[in-house]
Design a protein around this ligand. Structure first.
Ligand SMILES: Cc1cc2nc3c(=O)[nH]c(=O)nc-3n(C[C@H](O)[C@H](O)[C@H](O)COP(=O)(O)OP(=O)(O)OC[C@H]3O[C@@H](n4cnc5c(N)ncnc54)[C@H](O)[C@@H]3O)c2cc1C
Length: 386
């Protein structure tokens, strides 16, 4: 007997990826439910920096997809949806010592190959930007990138009509068949025509065969001061290395200083192999703070008012996992975004919504999206019970 559907599509996870998928499906007229164990932006999306950056992406599919997503995010901001979340600003990447200077050369090469929306507008010394410290030996200035706090984007996406919020409700198990997916919430069961699993680091609890690993990151926020002292993000080249190489090979702390519209600074972020979002330690913070002050000495006058950690969902081959789950025809996964999910969320939301509707990917992206398929880990990858 055919079971009645409560929703056309259920989205598991109200992080920025699930929220973006939900918005795109609702725009297409589908009845969408978003289910979260805690609530919107409860995990990585609410505990991240928020750089919408191509500069920091691994060369290849990830950098090209990030470039397309940056353009699309700018469109969505221009249309009003993400206007209160995304803001454009220059990015400055600095280097000190041979390894970082070489990383800046690689960055310039990568951006030239992509020929996307991010342009190198300057390549000089610390004097290129007022207020920089002597530790900045070389400064590359980029135009075209921006910043988007994850929680603001999640709120914007989920405000769309046609999205039913279901939280707090932890998904305990899934059963899919050719007609749909039954979702076990413990106290009740829901039936949807399709399920999109956007569970971040919690993915293996329901899909143990997907190789998603936790990678923690610590961040801290300063008090408010005069806005505009730093016109854009200031990133150590070590941060680019940290995102493309194994953790532990860095000569210097991978600091990113992001000026917020409130006049505060958001400063991050470490990479640690554990899953505890409550673990914040002085040794790591001190390292990041020292480097931040060396690069931008005016920070010495600011007080840290909050420190926190978030858990990224890392994959061994450093590529997200996006696509239909082999062996479960009505389940699509979108996970493993590590430190790139805020940047990629707009584009991934649009493309996963297309997959769910049986539409072909946007032409120019087809090959790069195919590189993210869960099928690269073998088949079948059946769902399991949490
Ligand atoms: C320190 C740090 C800095 C970062 N900086 C950047 C940056 O500058 N730029 C960038 O692009 N990205 C950055 N990121 C990465 C970015 O935050 C993530 O890639 C992105 O938020 C992932 O979003 P998501 O929707 O996939 O997962 P999440 O935001 O983790 O959402 C998953 C959701 O699933 C829910 N859930 C889990 N299990 C269940 C269940 N069984 N049932 C129901 N719900 C469940 C959770 O409650 C959660 O809300 C950073 C991350 C960290 C930690």
């Amino acid at each position: 007997m055919t079971q009645a559907l409560h929703h056309d599509v259920a989205i598991a996870g109200a992080g920025i990826v699930g929220a973006s998928v939900a918005w795109h499906l609702a725009q297409a007229g589908l009845r969408v439910a978003v289910i979260d164990a805690v609530g919107p932006a409860a995990a990585a999306s609410g505990a991240s920096d928020g750089a919408v950056s191509v500069a920091s992406k691994k060369p290849g599919p990830l950098a090209r997809l990030a470039s397309a997503s940056l353009l699309y995010t700018r469109d969505l901001a221009g249309q009003g949806l993400l206007a209160g979340a995304f803001h454009a600003r220059p990015s400055y990447v600095f280097g000190q010592g041979d390894a970082e200077i070489a990383a800046l050369d690689a960055l310039i090469d990568k951006l030239a190959q992509i020929a996307g929306p991010v342009r190198v507008t300057g390549d000089g010394g610390a004097g290129a930007l007022p207020g920089l410290g002597a530790a900045v030996e070389r400064l590359v200035t980029l135009d075209g990138e921006g910043h988007m706090p994850g929680h603001k984007a999640v709120r914007a996406y989920l405000a769309a009509p046609g999205i039913t919020p279901i939280w707090p409700a932890r998904i305990r198990g899934l059963d899919s068949d050719d007609a749909g997916v039954t979702i076990d919430l413990g106290d009740r069961r829901l039936r949807a025509g399709h399920l999109v699993a956007a569970l971040g680091v919690s993915t293996p609890a329901l899909f143990p065969a997907l190789p998603v690993q936790p990678r923690a990151g610590q961040l801290f926020v300063t008090d408010r001061g005069p806005a505009g002292t730093l016109p854009g993000s200031l990133t150590a080249a070590a941060y680019l290395v940290a995102k493309t190489d194994a953790p532990g090979v860095l000569p210097l702390p991978p600091v990113v200083i992001d000026p917020l519209t409130t006049g505060q600074f958001l400063i991050g972020s470490s990479r640690e192999d554990h899953a505890d979002p409550t673990r914040v330690d002085f040794a790591t913070m001190r390292q990041l703070m020292r480097r931040a002050v060396d690069a931008f000495p005016a920070l010495a006058e600011r007080r840290v008012i909050r420190a926190f950690a978030g858990i990224r969902a890392a994959v061994a081959d450093s590529l997200p996992i996006v696509g239909p789950l082999p062996g479960a025809p009505r389940i699509t996964v979108a996970t493993g975004f590590e430190g790139d999910g805020i940047c990629l969320s707009a584009l991934i939301g649009r493309e996963v919504a297309r997959m769910v509707q049986g539409l072909a990917p946007t032409d120019a992206l087809a090959t790069d999206l195919a590189a993210l398929t869960p099928a690269r880990f073998g088949a079948p990858l059946q769902e399991a019970r949490a």
